[in-house]
Each structure stands twice: as structure tokens, then as C-alpha cells.
Write a protein that binds this ligand. Structure first.
Ligand code: EPU
Length: 416
């Protein structure tokens, strides 16, 4: 299993190009199931989760051609309407094939995802929404069996805001008969990016970017070209790295208009930023000011940045409080950060952090994707050597993070 060896205490300096967003790429790849035409995608990030999704889609009969960050999909010969347990258990986003397969072929068999490290993460809202669209759904032997003659448009109000739930229902509704209204829809930029692709494929969607999506079903969708939106979480992760370790870096290929919550908090921390249309220059020459926040749905503070900001707070000049409201078990980085000398206590879904002057390197264990990124940030700020184990989590969602960090002067090495 690969590990990362990091010698902390180096200032970061130079440029980093941000990749396409994982959480936009995954649903967008699944949209390839909705059409017999060619989907020509660019800015697809080089990630383990993308490889897993392409493997799963390939098993359905979707043809996949990949050339670096370009991926072309063709769905004219899909034969297997299934996502098996072996795939779904390694990546929950596999559930995103359910809506497209059912809407286009009238049938799908998808394994129920189990629990996961950050919380129980049920998919009841995906199922409830598809049932409202007229699907017959049963659960047997750990699988969701879904069937329909033709999905029929209706009004769906989800019990909570769900990102992949909205994406699944949106994709299904594009091929349903008549009008579907999705109330309480997720407004995350990755949902919006998927909606723009669907419109390019011939879907009729109003209210894009709002919590009320109105979809007029069409009989079929056609091929399209699309560039995946820039990864706001990857960009903000590197900004946290410079906030914690100090330095002067410029990020390229960013979308700063979708990062307000994170940028506001980084400014409060003392990160000096100059912001262009698609770039950010960030400078940090002092100890960070602590920031307190609660995670919420977009446009609020993203749960996917909670751990990385906590890493900066561990070395900040004072105390802070972080409340996680989206997932019930997303504090597993806390014990690992405390191994590096951080002073964090938790009470339920709130963490209380007392900034320390200096973290000290130690062996730590990554537990999930964003927790791994937070440990890398803490290690960059720490004195001495940190060995981060189980970095396969990091490879799922960050495009060659250690290569990008080495290029800006971090002392970070992958050990096979
Ligand atoms: N929920 C339910 N029932 C459902 C759906 C969701 O109870 O049917 C609950 C979840 O358990 C959770 C909350 O609703 O407590 C929100 O979950 P959501 O469905 O929005 O999360 P997701 O779609 O499974 C996506 C991202 C996550 C990100 C969350 C929240 C993808 C592939 N994943 O997950 O990304 O944290 O939205 O923004 O888009 C990551 O990239 O590290 C990651 C975990």
C-alpha cells in the first residue's frame, strides 16, 4: 500500500494547475448512458474514482475511449443494466447509473451501497424519487431492482438536500414523459455542471443553479461536447496548504466564482489573495488567524473542506470551533491530527480546536479522502517527518497531489 513521506516546514512557492472536479466528472460520465450518441468530454481528472467509474460503465457495454484528460463515450451498445456489489462497495457514486439506466432502458439492477467511513449515507431519497416517477422498485439480496415502462414526470420534494440524489433524479427526468419538478434540489456547482451538459445533449431544464429544477422530458438525448468544471475542493485544499505552511502560490484553471464560502474564510485566516477570472495568487507570511464555521449545503461552507480547514486551525493563533452538519462521522482526522500534537476535542458534531505553535511529525493513518488531504496539510506545517499511510483514499479524489505539491517546493515523496 502506498504511503506519503513528508518533511514539513517548507514554504510553498510556484504554480499549480487545478484539475476537473471529481464530483462533476462522476455524474457526467454516467450521463453517457442516456444517449446512443458520442459524449466528448474534456478536463476529466486523472483519479482512481474516475477509473473505477469508467470500468463500471465499460461493463454495461458503454464504449470508452480515453486520451489523457479527454474521454469519449458511446452508449449505442449497452447490454448489461447492472452495477454489481464489487464495484459499488468501492465507490458509492456508482449509484448514479441507476437513474440513467432506468430512464433509457426501463430496467436497472444496482447494488445498495453499504455504510461508509464518514456516515451511514442511505440512498432512500434516490429510491423515493424514482418511485414517484413511476418506477417499481424492490430490494432483494442487497440489490435495488428498478423497472418501469416509461418514467412519468411529477413533482418531487426530497426530505433533505442530496447532491447525487438530485443528479440521479435529474438525469432520469430528462427522458421521462412530461414535466418533472425537483424541489429542494442541491445547488452545488457540480449539479449545475451536469445540468449544463444535459442541456447540451438536448434536455430541457429550467432553474439550473436553483433549488427548483423544472424538466420537460424529451424522447431522446443526443451526443455533446463538454469540459468538466474546475475542482473547487482541490483548489481550496491547496489554498489551505499555503495558509498552514506559508508561501506564495498561484493556482491556474480555477473557478473562483463558485468558491465564495472557502475564500471568505481563508481571507479571515489572513491569506492574502489576488483573484482573476481563472486564477488565484495566494500569499501567507504569518501565523493563521483561527476561523469557526458550520458545514452546510452550497453556497454555504462545504463539508468536503471541513477537515482541511481544521488542519489550518490546528496551527492558528487562538481557538476555533467547527461544526459538521452534513455527515455524522466526519471527524476521524481529529485523532490523527492530535498525534501530530494538535489540541482538538470533540463533543458530538462539534470540534473545539486550540491552535498550537508547532505540530510535530509522526506516522498517521488516512481514513477517507478529505481526511487524507487534511493530514497532508498538517504534515506540511509540522516540524520533522510525517508518514501518511493508506493514501489510496487520496488517490481516489486528488489528481497526483504529491506531484503538484513537490512542484511548489514541498518535500513530499510517495513510497510504494
Ligand atoms: N442522505 C440521505 N438519504 C439519501 C441521500 C442522502 O439520508 O437518499 C443524507 C446523507 O446521508 C447525508 C446528506 O443526506 O447526511 C447529504 O448527502 P448527499 O446525498 O448530498 O451526499 P452524496 O451525494 O452521497 C456528494 C459528494 C460528497 C459530498 C456530499 C455533500 C459526490 C460523488 N459525492 O455525496 O463528496 O461530501 O455530496 O456535499 O458528489 C467527497 O468528495 O469527499 C465526498 C464525500
Amino acid at each position: 500500500m502506498d504511503k506519503l513521506l513528508i518533511q514539513g516546514g517548507k514554504r510553498l512557492s510556484g504554480e499549480i494547475a487545478i484539475s476537473g472536479a471529481k464530483n462533476a466528472a462522476l455524474p457526467i460520465l454516467c450521463a453517457g448512458l442516456l444517449t446512443a450518441g458520442d459524449l466528448e468530454l474534456s478536463n476529466v481528472p486523472h483519479l482512481h474514482d474516475v477509473a473505477t467509474m469508467l470500468k463500471l460503465l465499460g461493463q454495461t457495454g458503454l464504449q470508452v475511449k480515453q486520451d489523457g484528460e479527454r474521454v469519449t463515450l458511446n452508449g449505442s451498445a449497452i447490454t448489461r443494466l447492472e452495477a454489481p456489489y464489487e464495484m459499488v462497495k468501492t465507490m458509492r457514486a456508482s449509484i448514479l447509473v441507476l437513474g440513467p439506466l432506468l430512464a433509457r432502458f426501463g430496467e436497472a439492477k444496482v447494488s445498495l451501497p453499504g455504510g461508509c467511513a464518514i456516515g451511514s449515507r442511505p440512498v432512500d431519497q434516490h429510491i423515493k424519487g424514482l418511485q414517484a416517477l413511476g418506477a417499481e422498485i424492490s430490494i432483494e439480496g442487497g440489490y435495488i431492482y428498478a423497472k418501469c415502462k416509461k418514467l412519468k414526470g411529477t413533482r418531487i420534494v426530497t426530505d433533505m438536500i442530496t447532491v447525487t440524489g438530485t443528479e440521479n433524479l435529474l438525469m432520469a427526468a430528462t427522458l421521462a414523459e412530461g414535466e418533472t419538478i425537483l424541489e429542494n434540489a442541491a445547488r452545488e456547482p457540480e449539479v449545475t455542471d451536469l445540468a449544463h451538459l444535459l442541456v447540451a445533449m438536448g434536455a430541457k431544464i429550467e432553474g439550473i443553479g436553483t433549488d427548483r429544477l423544472v424538466i420537460q422530458g424529451v424522447p431522446e438525448l443526443h451526443g455533446a461536447k463538454h469540459a468538466v468544471i474546475s475542482d473547487r475542493i482541490e483548489a481550496a485544499t491547496f489554498l489551505c496548504a499555503v495558509a498552514a505552511a506559508g508561501g506564495d502560490i498561484t493556482l491556474r484553471n480555477t473557478r473562483t466564482d463558485i468558491m465564495d464560502a472557502a475564500l471568505d474564510k481563508l481571507r479571515e485566516m489572513g491569506l492574502e489573495m489576488t483573484i482573476g477570472d481563472n486564477w488565484i495568487r495566494a500569499q501567507m507570511n504569518r501565523r493563521p488567524t483561527p476561523v469557526s464555521f458550520r458545514t452546510t449545503e452550497y453556497p454555504g461552507f462545504p463539508t468536503d473542506m471541513q477537515a482541511q480547514f481544521m488542519a489550518v486551525n490546528t496551527v492558528a493563533d487562538g481557538a476555533s470551533r467547527v461544526t459538521e452538519t452534513i455527515f455524522e462521522n466526519r471527524f476521524m482526522h481529529v485523532q490523527e491530527m492530535n498525534r501530530l500534537g494538535a489540541a482538538i476535542e470533540t463533543d458530538g458534531n462539534t470540534a473545539f480546536i486550540k491552535g498550537v505553535e508547532q505540530l510535530i511529525g509522526a506516522p498517521v493513518m488516512a481514513t477517507d479522502l478529505r481526511a487524507s488531504a487534511s493530514l497532508v496539510i498538517a504534515a506540511l506545517a509540522a516540524r520533522g517527518e510525517t508518514l501518511v499511510d493508506r493514501i489510496y483514499h487520496l488517490d481516489r479524489g486528488y489528481d497526483r497531489m504529491e506531484v503538484k505539491l513537490s512542484a511548489v517546493g514541498a518535500d513530499i515523496r510517495r513510497i510504494k
